[in-house]
Structures are given as C-alpha cells and as structure tokens.
Design a protein around this ligand. Structure first.
Ligand SMILES: Cc1cc2nc3c(=O)[nH]c(=O)nc-3n(C[C@H](O)[C@H](O)[C@H](O)COP(=O)(O)OP(=O)(O)OC[C@H]3O[C@@H](n4cnc5c(N)ncnc54)[C@H](O)[C@@H]3O)c2cc1C
Length: 539
C-alpha cells in the first residue's frame, strides 16, 4: 500500500498514463491458462463478473495470493502436484507449533528489592533447537500478578497517559512471565510419493460459486512434531524453574481452571498441553510450492515454477523449510529476489561487441538550469526523466568513435527529450550551453516543437533530427508507449542515427569528435524512459 501511495503522489500527474503500479480491487483470480509452458491469459472475475485477461507477450505472472490460494491455483492451472491419490496433491505444508506458558516468579527470587517504583516490563527472544529443528520463545515479563505480562508493554507503547494506572496496578510481590514458544514443523520436500500421514493440500471435489474446486488442506502434527513441541515446552518450563531458583518461588497459570497453581504444568493423557495452540492458528502456512532443484521441488530459487516460462510465486509458499521465525520478512526478502530475476530476464544482455553502460546513480550526474528540479528516476533497469531542464551526464568515460544503442519510450506525444553525444564535461563553465554548442543532440520529440514560436512541425527539432543541425531523412513517428531503439554511430565526422532498424539521419559534423554522453530532462510534461544502454567502441 505504501508503494501505491508513493506512486500516486509522484506519478499521478497525467492519470493512469504516468502511473507505475496498480491495485485492481474486487478481483478474484480463478485460473491461469497455459499455452505450451507460458501463462497467456488469466480467468478472473471483476466485481463478480467473470472475464478473461489476455497477457501481452513477455508478461511475467507472479502468484501472490497466500499459501493456500496460490497452491490451489498451481494445482488447478500449472500441472503441479503428484497424482498418486487421484487428484493433484502437494506436500510440505507447514505451520508453526505454538505454546503459551505463563508463570509468575517472586520478585525476591529475581533479585528485585521492594515493590516496583517504576513501570517494569520487558521482552526478549530465547532461541533453541531440538531434533535438528528450531524453536524460539518470545518472552515477555511485567510486574503484574495477572497472567498477561504483554498487556503492560502494549498499553505503554501507544499511551503514556496510562502510566499512572499501570503503576497503581503493579504487583508488589510477583513478576509474570509468558513464554510464547514457536516451533518448526518437520518438512516433507517430496514432489511424488507424498506421505498422506503428513500435511498436504489437494483439490477438493467441493466447488465454489464459480465452479472451481476448492483447496482441501490437511494440516497435522506428526509424532516428530509432537516431540519437538514437548521439547520446546520443556525448555520454557526449565528456564522458568531456573529463574525461580526454588519451587517455592514460582506459580504456573492454569488457564482452563483460571487460577495460579504451585504444581508444575502437566500435559494430558494424549501428551497435549492446554497451553498449546491448535495447529493453523498462527496463520504461518507455508512450503507447498517450495524452492529447490528441478525434479526435486516445485519452484526454482527465484520462485519460478519449474518448466513454466513466466509463472512465479512469492510468499511463504516457497519456503523449503519453515524455521521458527515469523515468516513475513523472509518472504519479503525472497520476493525481492523474484523481482530482480524477472527484471533481469526481461532486460536483454548487451549485443556482441557491446558493453552495458553502468546504471549506478554514482556514475551519472545531473546538471540543471537554476531552480530546476530535474532528476532522473531509476526504476531498476529503467531510467525516467523528471522535472524540467537538465542534462544527465554519464561520468565514467568519454567516447570518441562508437556505436551507442539504447531503448527509449514516451508516454504522450508532447514529450521532449534527447540523447547527447560528444559533449564537454559536466564541470566546465556553462556546461548546458557548451553541450548544445560543441556536442550533438539526437532529438526525441514527435511534434518537432519550437518553443519560441510555440509551433509544431519543425524538421530540425523532430525525433531523429541532429537537433537544429540536420532533419531526419524519413518519418520518425513512433507508437506512444512502445519501446524504440536508437543506434547512434559516431565515427570521425560522420554521425548516423538508426531508429528501430531504419537509418533516419546521416550527418557530417564539423564539431569536436570526442566527449561525454548525456540524457536530457526537458520539461514537466515529459517522462521519457530509457533502458538497455550499451556501447561498442570503434577504432
Ligand atoms: C492474524 C495474523 C497475524 C499474523 N502475524 C504475523 C506476524 O506477526 N509476523 C509475521 O511474520 N507474520 C504474521 N502473520 C502471517 C503473515 O500475515 C503471512 O505469512 C503473510 O501475510 C503471507 O503473505 P502472502 O503474500 O503469501 O499472503 P497474504 O498476505 O495473505 O496476501 C494474499 C492476498 O491475495 C488476495 N487473494 C487471495 N486469493 C485471491 C484470488 N484468488 N484472487 C485474487 N486475490 C486473491 C488476498 O485477498 C490477499 O490480499 C500473521 C497472520 C495473521 C492472519
């Protein structure tokens, strides 16, 4: 949501045309449709009306609708899952094993002298492992005789006005401590031969209102999970007992009986403790579309479905194992990796003999007119002009004879930009004027606009022109919104411009034959984008 808000505040100037990210509300995705190995359309409903969304060639599809729904889509649409039980099934479904053990320990046993004079509350993490798997305890403590030590912390954080009532309600004798244990379920990284006694997801015979089969979820704790759970709880109880030093200094909260008891907590005859939450209540379901090697997992380490050219998944669904940490930050980190992989796959590498220009902002410098807010925004591998007049110098190197290849696109006909070549350094006096006077601008402007007369149609100022020096020799009208390619060859005095494969300018220059490259920010109406800048040096 933050990304959307940022986009609206920054890019909504020309409505949807200049926006970069959209959230389409009230859409339900039913199915992904494959042509060969590629998702080419999506079966969905918008505001309750079923529709087919056709995808443009090259489009990547990222399934990001939560572990269970993502799994349903993959089972339904992507040929994922073992057929050993008739209907496609995936294993490796995991959640966390969670316990909530609360004790109270005498202040004196903790070395605290006298009743509390300040609000005393704390929180910490204690990590452990058993049977090769992890667990941790989220420990919260407060000077309260009641079994809710977290309450003081959460009350205090937002509202300092509550401090007097918190102080008045502190217990003079006891410190309450909750050990919230989070344990790692065992994984089942198999794509065939799935153990039905472990956790899995398949497609139910029951259908939803759209006639689509629902996901059926089987989430169970295995005997090994029960052992880890017991070990985790024992670690908490041992830690509490060690803090208390003597059984006389500790009491245990018995939630079903709603009272403190001196006797240590015991599980019931089935081995389950009342302090253990039911499975699934942590909402940390994960793992069904786990990453790994082809043939041994569902997705690769970028979250792309094996054997599918453009379908990815993000979220805890891709975890091979769960660990004990809450899943969101891990899932977000992996989602960044997926995003990088998609961008890298979409951005072609340099052509033979060419090298890519660096996109690191440190390798570029904007020189602006006084008070101009000109900037170049870097969106991954795409750069976009912003504000009004400035030139964005590529600092790393000067070039003499070369072929420069770059892609550019405009989002509206009125946009104006240009590619400067063989210009002086950005730190010379009057660098912007010097660039115009000594270098060359290969123009981008569909209108051929002259700002002095406020008129269009000037051949020396239209796309493909060597600005104010030589008009293009062919039409240079391009499709708005589509990427175009400029191949700019500068060899001795000769400068040739090829637009989308067609030679449009062949110019003999009498100006300097070496210098820098720069991209032009022209005006607020222009949000010209550039990508895939690469250069081949000529002898
Ligand atoms: C009460 C609660 C507390 C939690 N606390 C924590 C915590 O403290 N720390 C932590 O790390 N994790 C926590 N989690 C877990 C965390 O929220 C999830 O792991 C995480 O949100 C999963 O991210 P996701 O992108 O896979 O799915 P989600 O965040 O669930 O996003 C899926 C989105 O897809 C949409 N969607 C679903 N199906 C479709 C469909 N067919 N078509 C179109 N859209 C669809 C949903 O509406 C939703 O907006 C908590 C979860 C819950 C429920």
């Amino acid at each position: 949501m933050d990304a959307l808000r940022n986009d609206v505040s920054r890019n909504a100037r020309y409505g949807d045309l200049s926006r970069r990210i959209f959230l389409v509300p009230r859409v339900q995705v039913h199915r992904l449709n494959l042509t060969g190995n590629t998702v080419t359309s999506i079966d969905l409903s918008v505001e309750g009306i079923r529709q087919l969304l056709q995808l443009a060639p090259g489009c990547a599809v990222v399934v990001a609708n939560g572990t269970i729904e993502a799994t349903r889509l993959a089972l339904e649409s992507l040929g994922v899952g073992s057929l050993q039980f008739g209907s496609s099934r995936v294993g490796n479904l995991m959640g966390h094993l969670r316990s909530n053990i609360t004790v109270r320990i005498k202040r004196t046993a903790l070395g605290l002298v006298g009743p509390p004079t300040e609000v005393e509350t704390t929180a910490l993490i204690v990590r452990g492992s058993a049977m090769g798997r992890r667990f941790h305890h989220q420990v919260t403590a407060a000077d309260t005789g009641a079994p809710n030590p977290e309450q003081n912390m959460w009350s205090l954080v937002p509202d300092i006005d509550l401090i007097n009532s918190l102080l008045a309600s502190q217990d003079p004798n006891w410190v309450s401590i909750t050990f919230r244990g989070i344990g790692e379920m065992e994984d089942q990284r198999a794509i065939g031969n799935i153990n039905p006694a472990m956790s899995w997801v398949d497609l139910s015979q029951e259908t939803d209102q759209w006639g689509m089969r629902r996901a059926y979820v089987n989430l169970v704790a295995t005997p090994n999970d029960r052992k880890l759970w017991a070990a985790m709880d024992k670690a908490a109880l041992n830690l509490a007992a060690a803090l208390a030093k003597s059984p006389a200094n500790i009491e245990y909260w018995n939630a079903p009986n709603n009272q403190w008891q001196a006797a240590p907590l015991q599980p019931d005859a089935s081995g389950r403790g009342f302090w253990q939450d039911f499975l699934g209540t942590t909402h940390h379901e994960s793992g069904t579309l786990f990453m790994g090697a082809p043939g041994a997992s569902i997705t690769d380490t970028n979250g792309k479905f094996h054997g599918r050219s453009n379908a990815y998944v993000v979220g805890p669904a891709v975890f091979p194992t769960l660990g004990s940490a809450n899943p969101s930050l891990t899932a977000l980190s992996l989602a960044r990796r997926t995003a990088h992989a998609i961008v890298s796959a979409a951005a072609p590498g340099p052509m033979a003999g060419f090298v890519s220009l660096s996109l690191a902002p440190a390798d570029w410098q904007m020189v602006k007119l006084p008070n101009s807010p000109a900037s170049m925004i870097h969106y991954g591998s795409v750069m976009e002009t912003f504000g009004w007049y400035g030139l964005y110098w590529y600092l790393k190197e000067q070039f003499t004879n070369f072929i420069l290849s770059l892609d550019w696109r405009i989002s509206r006909r009125e946009e104006n930009s240009g590619v400067y070549i063989r210009i002086p350094a950005p730190n010379v006096p009057n660098a912007l004027q010097e660039a115009d006077a000594k270098g060359h601008e290969v123009q981008i402007d569909q209108r051929g606009f002259d700002s002095v007369t406020n008129t269009e149609g000037h051949p020396l100022k239209v796309t493909g022109a060597i600005y104010d020096l030589q008009a293009p020799s062919a039409s240079t009208q391009v499709q708005i919104g589509a990427w175009n390619n400029y191949l700019i060859e500068a060899n001795g005095p000769r400068i040739r411009v090829t637009l989308n494969g067609q030679l449009v300018n062949d110019y003999q220059s009498s100006r300097q034959q070496t210098g820098y490259i720069a991209l032009q920010c022209h005006d607020f109406l222009s949000r010209t984008q550039f990508r895939n800048l690469q250069i081949k040096k000529l002898p």
